[in-house]
Ligand binder design. Structure first.
Ligand code: NAD
Ligand code: TDX
Length: 331
């Protein structure tokens, strides 16, 4: 299978490429990535000779057309992915998440290549803390931020191209990922690298917001399960029953580092901050037989901490500028 991975130099995409090279020796992998601030070729350094890397933009129609004509399956990870950035400047989110997805869909339509669209549970908005409900594939779309609304729009484009033009496509909406190669702007790597540097973790607001954590390896094994066994036009929700509030995550990290569990700081909250995400993964488990491997969050977190400790050369270059951006925003 010739697989074109967009955003393969980003966090989840790079882990997907590693997993694919490791577990699917017959796959011919091409990565298309614009190497924005979030993309890093170093994330693929140890497998560079096993893949083809193309530096380019998913909004470049001629390039996308050429690459799609040589692929059997596209897996579309490329996106602007950080909520806080989308609140400061939505414009790259419109370009990449909407125009970029549209550009890929047109090439998919022309060349009859299969498409898997990677999306987020944030398209469903948020849940109350005391609500027993979880998101299902039938939950109405209700995104809160420029990031999540552009992801919601991209999902709807994919669904429309399936219905109107008959393209073969599957969609997945996953909860919050953690693991190696995640940019230091994101919650867990930010706190881990702060703790390595002797800086206190930073909690937005009261720290009561709940995220449904899944290890990136489990997200990617689910993506392959959907590509292998999923039905075209269907949406699958990916999650591993990992609900934790942000305070619990910070305190687990403080414990791993052997620090006092109250040694953190409250900082300015995110405007429009979604309260709780939770995934009902029944469809994926019962229809496609997928199960997660990382069922114990603190074990997965310990492994992630170990990875950041061992790979300082990978994250250090982005740390200072990221913290300067947060300081300017009051976070
Ligand atoms: P990331 O920001 O770490 O990586 C994004 C990658 O896309 C980078 O390598 C970047 O260079 C590339 N890119 C950005 N704009 C591009 C463009 N115009 N053309 C080509 N490449 C471009 O993101 P991530 O956390 O790995 O997320 C990957 C996907 O998974 C996104 O679609 C995101 O919405 C989705 N998702 C993420 C999470 C999460 O917890 N991180 C959860 C659910 C879904
Ligand atoms: O320093 C921080 N302190 C803090 O309390 C940061 C950076 C974040 N937070 C909070 C905000 C959120 O409640 O932690 C939670 C997680 O924040 P992020 O890592 O920014 O993730 P989130 O906004 O939940 O979105 C993530 O999951 C869904 C990904 O970034 C998205 O790409 C994905 O779609």
């Amino acid at each position: 299978m010739r697989v074109l991975v967009t955003g393969g130099a980003g966090f989840i995409g790079a882990n997907f490429v590693h997993q694919t090279v490791r577990e699917r020796p017959d796959a011919e992998v091409t990565v298309l990535d614009a190497l924005t601030y979030a993309g890093d070729r170093a994330s693929l350094a140890d497998i560079e000779d096993k893949i083809t890397f193309v530096e380019g933009n998913i909004t470049d129609a001629a390039l996308v057309d050429d690459l799609a004509s040589k692929a059997d399956q596209i897996v579309h990870f490329a996106a602007e992915s950080h909520n806080d950035n989308s609140l400061k400047d939505p414009s790259p989110f419109i370009q990449t998440n909407l125009v970029g997805t549209y550009t890929l869909l047109e090439a998919v339509r022309k060349h009859g290549v299969k498409f898997h669209h990677i999306s987020t549970d944030e398209v469903y908005g948020d849940l109350e803390l005391d609500d027993p409900a979880k998101f299902t594939p039938d939950t109405p779309y209700n995104p809160s931020s420029p990031y999540s609304s552009t992801k919601a729009g991209s999902d709807l484009l994919v669904r429309a191209w399936v219905r109107s033009f008959g393209i073969e496509a599957t969609l997945s909406n996953c909860s919050n990922n953690y693991g190696p190669y995640q940019h230091v702007e994101k919650f867990i790597p930010r706190q881990v690298t702060n703790l390595i540097d002797g800086i206190k973790p930073r909690l937005y607001g009261a720290g009561e917001n709940v995220r449904d954590w899944i290890h990136v390896e489990d997200h990617n094994s689910a993506v392959w399960t959907i590509i292998d066994k999923g039905r075209s036009g269907e949406t699958y929700l990916i999650g591993a029953n990992g609900e934790k509030n942000n305070l619990e995550v910070v305190q687990t990290l403080l414990e791993i580092f052997g620090f006092d569990k109250n040694d953190f700081e409250h900082v300015k909250d995110r405007p429009g901050h979604d309260m709780r995400y939770a995934i009902d993964n029944t469809k994926l488990r019962t229809e496609l037989g997928w199960e997660p491997k990382y069922t114990d969050f603190s074990t997965g977190l310990q492994a992630t901490v170990d990875w950041y400790k061992a790979n300082e050369a990978w994250w250090r270059p982005a740390k200072e500028a990221t913290e300067a951006k947060y300081a300017a925003a009051g976070h």
